[in-house]
Design a protein around this ligand. Sequence first.
Ligand code: KG4
Ligand code: ZN
Length: 369
Amino acid sequence: MTKPLRILGIESSCDETAAAVVEIDDDNQLTLLSNVVASSANLHVQYGGVVPEIAARSHIESIIPVIDEAISEAHPSTKSDPWDQIDAVAVTYGAGLGGSLLVGVMTARTLAITKNKPLYGINHVEGHVYANFITAASPTLSTVYRLPSTAPKFPILALIVSGGHSQLALFRNHFDYTLLGQTQDDAVGEAFDKVAKIIGLPYPGGPSVGKKALEGDPKAFSLPKARMDGKYDFSFSGLKTAVLRQAQAMIGADYTFPSKNLAGRLSEAQKADIAAVFQRVAIETVVDKTITAYEEFSPASVVIAGGVAASPELRRQLAERLPIEIRYQDPRLCTDNGAMIAALGAFKTQLGQPTADPYSLEIQPNLSM
Ligand code: KG4
Ligand code: ZN
Protein backbone atom coordinates (compact mmCIF):
# COMPACT_ATOMS: atom_id res chain seq x y z
CA MET A 1 0.00 0.00 0.00
CA THR A 2 1.42 3.37 -1.02
CA LYS A 3 1.15 6.42 1.19
CA PRO A 4 -2.25 8.13 0.77
CA LEU A 5 -2.17 11.49 -1.01
CA ARG A 6 -3.32 14.64 0.75
CA ILE A 7 -4.97 17.42 -1.20
CA LEU A 8 -5.69 20.95 -0.02
CA GLY A 9 -8.92 22.34 -1.53
CA ILE A 10 -9.61 26.08 -1.71
CA GLU A 11 -13.06 27.50 -2.50
CA SER A 12 -14.02 31.19 -2.75
CA SER A 13 -16.54 31.41 -5.61
CA CYS A 14 -19.35 33.11 -3.68
CA ASP A 15 -19.68 34.20 -0.03
CA GLU A 16 -17.91 31.29 1.66
CA THR A 17 -14.14 31.37 2.15
CA ALA A 18 -13.32 27.70 2.56
CA ALA A 19 -10.36 25.34 2.74
CA ALA A 20 -10.10 21.66 3.57
CA VAL A 21 -7.71 18.73 3.40
CA VAL A 22 -8.85 15.38 2.01
CA GLU A 23 -6.82 12.18 1.81
CA ILE A 24 -7.18 9.60 -0.98
CA ASP A 25 -5.89 6.04 -0.52
CA ASP A 26 -5.02 3.22 -2.94
CA ASP A 27 -8.64 2.13 -3.08
CA ASN A 28 -9.73 5.68 -3.92
CA GLN A 29 -11.42 6.07 -0.57
CA LEU A 30 -11.64 9.70 0.52
CA THR A 31 -11.12 10.73 4.14
CA LEU A 32 -11.87 14.21 5.40
CA LEU A 33 -9.00 15.57 7.51
CA SER A 34 -10.20 19.15 7.97
CA ASN A 35 -12.98 21.41 6.71
CA VAL A 36 -12.92 25.12 7.53
CA VAL A 37 -15.58 27.53 6.27
CA ALA A 38 -15.77 31.25 7.01
CA SER A 39 -19.01 32.66 5.63
CA SER A 40 -19.70 36.33 5.01
CA ALA A 41 -23.46 35.51 4.78
CA ASN A 42 -24.16 37.59 7.92
CA LEU A 43 -22.77 40.66 6.10
CA HIS A 44 -25.22 40.15 3.22
CA VAL A 45 -28.40 39.56 5.28
CA GLN A 46 -29.42 43.23 5.30
CA TYR A 47 -29.26 43.27 1.46
CA GLY A 48 -31.23 40.01 1.00
CA GLY A 49 -28.51 38.51 -1.22
CA VAL A 50 -24.75 38.38 -1.81
CA VAL A 51 -23.07 41.73 -2.51
CA PRO A 52 -20.03 40.87 -4.69
CA GLU A 53 -17.83 43.72 -3.40
CA ILE A 54 -18.42 42.77 0.22
CA ALA A 55 -17.84 39.08 -0.52
CA ALA A 56 -14.51 39.73 -2.28
CA ARG A 57 -13.24 41.98 0.51
CA SER A 58 -14.21 39.39 3.08
CA HIS A 59 -12.32 36.63 1.18
CA ILE A 60 -9.15 38.75 1.30
CA GLU A 61 -9.41 39.02 5.07
CA SER A 62 -10.24 35.36 5.70
CA ILE A 63 -8.40 33.27 3.15
CA ILE A 64 -4.98 32.91 4.77
CA PRO A 65 -6.31 32.21 8.29
CA VAL A 66 -8.80 29.69 6.83
CA ILE A 67 -6.08 27.84 4.87
CA ASP A 68 -3.73 27.88 7.88
CA GLU A 69 -6.42 26.39 10.07
CA ALA A 70 -7.27 23.71 7.49
CA ILE A 71 -3.69 22.50 7.07
CA SER A 72 -2.91 22.62 10.80
CA GLU A 73 -6.07 20.73 11.73
CA ALA A 74 -5.16 18.04 9.19
CA HIS A 75 -1.71 17.73 10.79
CA PRO A 76 -2.07 17.97 14.56
CA SER A 77 1.65 17.32 15.20
CA THR A 78 3.63 20.53 15.66
CA LYS A 79 7.02 18.89 15.03
CA SER A 80 7.12 19.41 11.27
CA ASP A 81 5.85 21.99 8.79
CA PRO A 82 2.19 21.15 8.07
CA TRP A 83 2.83 21.97 4.41
CA ASP A 84 5.14 18.94 4.13
CA GLN A 85 2.10 16.63 4.23
CA ILE A 86 0.27 18.38 1.35
CA ASP A 87 0.72 16.67 -2.04
CA ALA A 88 -1.31 19.04 -4.24
CA VAL A 89 -3.46 22.18 -4.18
CA ALA A 90 -6.90 22.30 -5.84
CA VAL A 91 -8.80 25.55 -6.31
CA THR A 92 -12.17 26.61 -7.75
CA TYR A 93 -11.51 28.69 -10.88
CA GLY A 94 -15.17 28.97 -12.00
CA ALA A 95 -18.09 29.43 -12.09
CA GLY A 96 -18.69 32.22 -9.62
CA LEU A 97 -18.28 35.89 -8.83
CA GLY A 98 -15.19 37.34 -10.53
CA GLY A 99 -13.78 39.22 -7.55
CA SER A 100 -14.39 36.29 -5.22
CA LEU A 101 -12.81 33.71 -7.55
CA LEU A 102 -9.74 35.90 -8.05
CA VAL A 103 -8.88 35.85 -4.36
CA GLY A 104 -8.93 32.03 -4.19
CA VAL A 105 -7.13 31.48 -7.49
CA MET A 106 -4.39 34.04 -6.84
CA THR A 107 -3.83 32.62 -3.35
CA ALA A 108 -3.68 29.04 -4.68
CA ARG A 109 -1.31 30.01 -7.50
CA THR A 110 1.00 31.77 -5.06
CA LEU A 111 0.97 28.81 -2.66
CA ALA A 112 1.56 26.29 -5.46
CA ILE A 113 4.64 28.26 -6.57
CA THR A 114 6.10 29.09 -3.16
CA LYS A 115 5.41 25.66 -1.60
CA ASN A 116 6.26 23.84 -4.83
CA LYS A 117 3.03 21.80 -5.13
CA PRO A 118 1.08 20.68 -8.22
CA LEU A 119 -2.00 22.82 -8.86
CA TYR A 120 -5.44 21.71 -10.11
CA GLY A 121 -8.17 24.06 -11.36
CA ILE A 122 -11.61 22.82 -10.30
CA ASN A 123 -15.04 23.46 -11.79
CA HIS A 124 -17.19 24.41 -8.79
CA VAL A 125 -20.26 22.51 -9.99
CA GLU A 126 -18.32 19.29 -10.63
CA GLY A 127 -16.84 19.79 -7.16
CA HIS A 128 -20.31 19.76 -5.60
CA VAL A 129 -20.91 16.30 -7.10
CA TYR A 130 -17.59 15.00 -5.72
CA ALA A 131 -18.54 15.91 -2.14
CA ASN A 132 -20.53 12.65 -2.31
CA PHE A 133 -17.32 10.59 -2.57
CA ILE A 134 -16.22 11.58 0.95
CA THR A 135 -17.09 8.55 3.06
CA ALA A 136 -14.73 8.77 6.04
CA ALA A 137 -13.52 11.42 8.46
CA SER A 138 -10.45 11.60 10.64
CA PRO A 139 -11.20 10.88 14.32
CA THR A 140 -9.14 13.98 15.14
CA LEU A 141 -11.73 16.27 13.50
CA SER A 142 -13.27 18.67 16.01
CA THR A 143 -16.83 18.12 14.68
CA VAL A 144 -18.61 14.89 13.82
CA TYR A 145 -19.83 14.45 10.23
CA ARG A 146 -22.67 12.18 9.12
CA LEU A 147 -21.16 10.72 5.98
CA PRO A 148 -22.54 8.19 3.50
CA SER A 149 -21.20 4.69 4.24
CA THR A 150 -20.13 4.01 0.65
CA ALA A 151 -19.12 6.07 -2.37
CA PRO A 152 -21.54 6.34 -5.32
CA LYS A 153 -21.05 3.87 -8.19
CA PHE A 154 -20.93 4.68 -11.91
CA PRO A 155 -23.05 5.40 -13.85
CA ILE A 156 -24.13 8.15 -11.46
CA LEU A 157 -27.13 10.40 -11.99
CA ALA A 158 -26.36 13.74 -10.31
CA LEU A 159 -28.94 16.36 -9.43
CA ILE A 160 -27.05 19.59 -8.80
CA VAL A 161 -29.14 22.22 -7.04
CA SER A 162 -27.55 25.34 -5.61
CA GLY A 163 -27.89 29.11 -5.50
CA GLY A 164 -26.28 29.41 -8.92
CA HIS A 165 -27.03 26.08 -10.62
CA SER A 166 -29.83 23.59 -11.33
CA GLN A 167 -28.55 20.74 -13.45
CA LEU A 168 -29.01 17.07 -14.12
CA ALA A 169 -25.91 15.22 -15.29
CA LEU A 170 -25.03 11.61 -16.01
CA PHE A 171 -21.49 10.60 -14.98
CA ARG A 172 -20.35 7.45 -16.84
CA ASN A 173 -16.98 7.55 -15.13
CA HIS A 174 -14.58 10.08 -13.64
CA PHE A 175 -14.17 13.01 -16.05
CA ASP A 176 -16.71 11.50 -18.46
CA TYR A 177 -20.18 12.95 -18.12
CA THR A 178 -23.10 14.37 -20.10
CA LEU A 179 -25.16 17.35 -19.05
CA LEU A 180 -28.78 16.19 -19.47
CA GLY A 181 -30.44 19.51 -18.75
CA GLN A 182 -30.26 22.70 -16.74
CA THR A 183 -32.20 25.73 -15.68
CA GLN A 184 -33.07 28.19 -18.42
CA ASP A 185 -33.37 31.09 -15.98
CA ASP A 186 -33.11 31.14 -12.16
CA ALA A 187 -31.46 28.38 -10.14
CA VAL A 188 -33.67 26.60 -7.62
CA GLY A 189 -31.70 27.99 -4.65
CA GLU A 190 -32.01 31.46 -6.16
CA ALA A 191 -35.81 30.97 -6.28
CA PHE A 192 -35.76 30.04 -2.56
CA ASP A 193 -33.71 33.18 -1.87
CA LYS A 194 -36.10 35.42 -3.87
CA VAL A 195 -39.24 33.94 -2.30
CA ALA A 196 -37.66 34.43 1.14
CA LYS A 197 -37.19 38.10 0.29
CA ILE A 198 -40.84 38.47 -0.84
CA ILE A 199 -42.19 37.03 2.41
CA GLY A 200 -39.64 38.74 4.63
CA LEU A 201 -37.49 35.75 5.66
CA PRO A 202 -33.70 36.06 6.06
CA TYR A 203 -31.04 35.18 3.46
CA PRO A 204 -30.12 32.43 2.63
CA GLY A 205 -33.68 31.55 1.71
CA GLY A 206 -33.35 27.75 1.50
CA PRO A 207 -33.10 27.09 5.24
CA SER A 208 -35.41 29.96 6.24
CA VAL A 209 -38.18 28.99 3.78
CA GLY A 210 -37.76 25.33 4.80
CA LYS A 211 -38.24 26.21 8.47
CA LYS A 212 -41.25 28.47 7.86
CA ALA A 213 -42.82 25.80 5.61
CA LEU A 214 -43.11 23.48 8.61
CA GLU A 215 -45.87 25.74 10.00
CA GLY A 216 -47.79 25.98 6.71
CA ASP A 217 -50.05 23.84 4.51
CA PRO A 218 -48.21 22.64 1.36
CA LYS A 219 -51.60 22.22 -0.37
CA ALA A 220 -53.08 25.59 0.75
CA PHE A 221 -53.28 26.72 -2.89
CA SER A 222 -51.72 25.69 -6.18
CA LEU A 223 -48.74 27.09 -8.07
CA PRO A 224 -47.86 26.25 -11.69
CA LYS A 225 -44.95 23.99 -12.70
CA ALA A 226 -43.10 25.27 -15.76
CA ARG A 227 -43.34 23.22 -18.95
CA MET A 228 -40.02 23.12 -20.80
CA ASP A 229 -39.00 22.13 -24.34
CA GLY A 230 -35.90 20.29 -23.10
CA LYS A 231 -36.89 17.07 -21.30
CA TYR A 232 -34.45 17.72 -18.46
CA ASP A 233 -34.44 21.53 -18.42
CA PHE A 234 -35.78 23.59 -15.53
CA SER A 235 -37.27 27.05 -15.11
CA PHE A 236 -37.99 28.79 -11.82
CA SER A 237 -38.57 32.43 -12.69
CA GLY A 238 -42.27 31.83 -13.48
CA LEU A 239 -42.74 30.09 -10.14
CA LYS A 240 -41.21 33.04 -8.31
CA THR A 241 -43.54 35.44 -10.16
CA ALA A 242 -46.53 33.20 -9.34
CA VAL A 243 -45.55 33.45 -5.65
CA LEU A 244 -45.44 37.23 -5.94
CA ARG A 245 -48.93 37.32 -7.54
CA GLN A 246 -50.29 34.96 -4.88
CA ALA A 247 -48.91 37.15 -2.09
CA GLN A 248 -50.39 40.27 -3.69
CA ALA A 249 -53.78 38.55 -4.03
CA MET A 250 -53.67 37.38 -0.39
CA ILE A 251 -53.54 40.98 0.86
CA GLY A 252 -56.17 42.11 -1.66
CA ALA A 253 -53.73 44.12 -3.80
CA ASP A 254 -53.14 43.99 -7.57
CA TYR A 255 -49.92 43.20 -9.48
CA THR A 256 -48.68 46.80 -9.19
CA PHE A 257 -48.26 46.48 -5.40
CA PRO A 258 -44.49 46.72 -4.68
CA SER A 259 -42.96 43.42 -3.61
CA LYS A 260 -40.81 45.08 -0.95
CA ASN A 261 -43.93 46.17 0.95
CA LEU A 262 -45.61 42.76 0.89
CA ALA A 263 -43.90 41.10 3.86
CA GLY A 264 -45.22 43.70 6.30
CA ARG A 265 -48.82 43.08 5.16
CA LEU A 266 -48.83 39.26 5.18
CA SER A 267 -49.82 37.38 8.34
CA GLU A 268 -47.45 34.74 9.72
CA ALA A 269 -49.95 32.04 8.67
CA GLN A 270 -50.03 33.38 5.10
CA LYS A 271 -46.21 33.46 4.96
CA ALA A 272 -46.07 29.88 6.22
CA ASP A 273 -48.53 28.70 3.55
CA ILE A 274 -46.60 30.49 0.80
CA ALA A 275 -43.34 28.93 2.04
CA ALA A 276 -44.90 25.45 2.22
CA VAL A 277 -46.57 25.54 -1.21
CA PHE A 278 -43.56 27.09 -2.94
CA GLN A 279 -41.16 24.60 -1.37
CA ARG A 280 -43.34 21.62 -2.32
CA VAL A 281 -43.68 22.73 -5.96
CA ALA A 282 -40.02 23.80 -6.41
CA ILE A 283 -38.75 20.52 -4.98
CA GLU A 284 -41.33 18.43 -6.89
CA THR A 285 -40.09 20.09 -10.09
CA VAL A 286 -36.51 18.85 -9.63
CA VAL A 287 -37.59 15.48 -8.26
CA ASP A 288 -39.97 14.86 -11.23
CA LYS A 289 -37.06 15.28 -13.70
CA THR A 290 -34.72 13.20 -11.56
CA ILE A 291 -37.21 10.32 -11.58
CA THR A 292 -37.69 10.62 -15.36
CA ALA A 293 -33.90 10.54 -15.86
CA TYR A 294 -33.58 7.60 -13.47
CA GLU A 295 -36.12 5.64 -15.52
CA GLU A 296 -34.39 6.49 -18.80
CA PHE A 297 -30.76 5.84 -17.78
CA SER A 298 -31.03 3.27 -14.94
CA PRO A 299 -27.95 4.63 -13.10
CA ALA A 300 -26.24 2.56 -10.41
CA SER A 301 -26.36 5.54 -8.02
CA VAL A 302 -28.18 8.85 -7.67
CA VAL A 303 -26.53 11.74 -5.84
CA ILE A 304 -27.71 15.22 -4.95
CA ALA A 305 -25.28 18.11 -4.72
CA GLY A 306 -25.19 21.84 -3.99
CA GLY A 307 -26.70 23.92 -1.20
CA VAL A 308 -30.30 22.86 -1.84
CA ALA A 309 -29.21 19.20 -1.39
CA ALA A 310 -29.23 20.07 2.32
CA SER A 311 -33.04 20.48 2.11
CA PRO A 312 -34.90 17.91 4.24
CA GLU A 313 -37.90 18.24 1.89
CA LEU A 314 -35.78 17.30 -1.14
CA ARG A 315 -34.35 14.32 0.76
CA ARG A 316 -37.81 13.23 1.84
CA GLN A 317 -39.39 13.48 -1.63
CA LEU A 318 -36.51 11.64 -3.30
CA ALA A 319 -36.43 8.86 -0.73
CA GLU A 320 -40.17 8.44 -1.22
CA ARG A 321 -40.10 8.30 -5.01
CA LEU A 322 -36.78 6.73 -6.04
CA PRO A 323 -36.79 2.94 -6.32
CA ILE A 324 -33.15 2.71 -5.11
CA GLU A 325 -31.68 3.74 -1.81
CA ILE A 326 -30.00 7.11 -1.91
CA ARG A 327 -27.16 8.06 0.43
CA TYR A 328 -27.13 11.67 1.48
CA GLN A 329 -24.06 13.71 2.30
CA ASP A 330 -23.71 15.72 5.51
CA PRO A 331 -25.40 19.11 4.86
CA ARG A 332 -22.12 20.92 5.67
CA LEU A 333 -20.57 19.23 2.64
CA CYS A 334 -23.56 20.16 0.42
CA THR A 335 -23.29 23.94 0.80
CA ASP A 336 -20.07 25.53 -0.49
CA ASN A 337 -16.95 24.07 1.12
CA GLY A 338 -13.30 23.29 0.41
CA ALA A 339 -13.64 19.54 0.93
CA MET A 340 -15.61 19.05 -2.29
CA ILE A 341 -12.87 20.90 -4.21
CA ALA A 342 -10.20 18.78 -2.52
CA ALA A 343 -12.25 15.63 -3.29
CA LEU A 344 -12.26 16.27 -7.04
CA GLY A 345 -8.60 17.40 -6.82
CA ALA A 346 -7.81 14.07 -5.13
CA PHE A 347 -9.25 12.06 -8.04
CA LYS A 348 -7.46 14.30 -10.54
CA THR A 349 -4.18 13.66 -8.72
CA GLN A 350 -4.76 9.94 -8.31
CA LEU A 351 -5.89 9.39 -11.91
CA GLY A 352 -3.12 11.47 -13.50
CA GLN A 353 -5.21 14.32 -14.86
CA PRO A 354 -3.32 17.35 -16.23
CA THR A 355 -2.23 20.00 -13.72
CA ALA A 356 -2.84 23.73 -14.12
CA ASP A 357 0.01 26.18 -14.73
CA PRO A 358 0.40 28.17 -11.49
CA TYR A 359 1.79 31.09 -13.50
CA SER A 360 -1.24 31.39 -15.76
CA LEU A 361 -4.41 29.75 -14.33
CA GLU A 362 -7.20 32.27 -15.00
CA ILE A 363 -10.61 32.56 -13.39
CA GLN A 364 -13.66 31.66 -15.51
CA PRO A 365 -16.72 33.30 -13.91
CA ASN A 366 -19.09 31.80 -16.53
CA LEU A 367 -17.57 28.31 -16.65
CA SER A 368 -20.22 25.71 -17.49
CA MET A 369 -20.28 21.96 -16.98
O1 KG4 B 1 -24.03 25.44 -3.15
P1 KG4 B 1 -24.29 26.70 -2.43
O2 KG4 B 1 -23.78 26.84 -1.03
O3 KG4 B 1 -23.75 27.93 -3.25
C1 KG4 B 1 -23.82 27.98 -4.64
O4 KG4 B 1 -22.99 27.35 -5.30
O5 KG4 B 1 -24.78 28.65 -5.11
O6 KG4 B 1 -25.87 26.90 -2.46
C2 KG4 B 1 -26.47 27.99 -1.85
C3 KG4 B 1 -27.97 27.85 -2.01
C4 KG4 B 1 -28.75 29.07 -1.53
O7 KG4 B 1 -29.67 29.44 -2.53
C5 KG4 B 1 -29.47 28.54 -0.29
O8 KG4 B 1 -30.72 29.18 -0.11
C6 KG4 B 1 -29.61 27.06 -0.59
O9 KG4 B 1 -28.44 26.72 -1.27
N1 KG4 B 1 -29.71 26.24 0.62
C7 KG4 B 1 -30.76 25.48 0.92
C8 KG4 B 1 -30.49 24.91 2.21
N2 KG4 B 1 -29.27 25.34 2.61
C9 KG4 B 1 -28.80 26.15 1.61
N3 KG4 B 1 -31.91 25.25 0.27
C10 KG4 B 1 -32.82 24.45 0.84
N4 KG4 B 1 -32.65 23.88 2.06
C11 KG4 B 1 -31.51 24.07 2.77
N5 KG4 B 1 -31.36 23.51 3.98
ZN1 ZN C 1 -21.93 26.01 -4.75
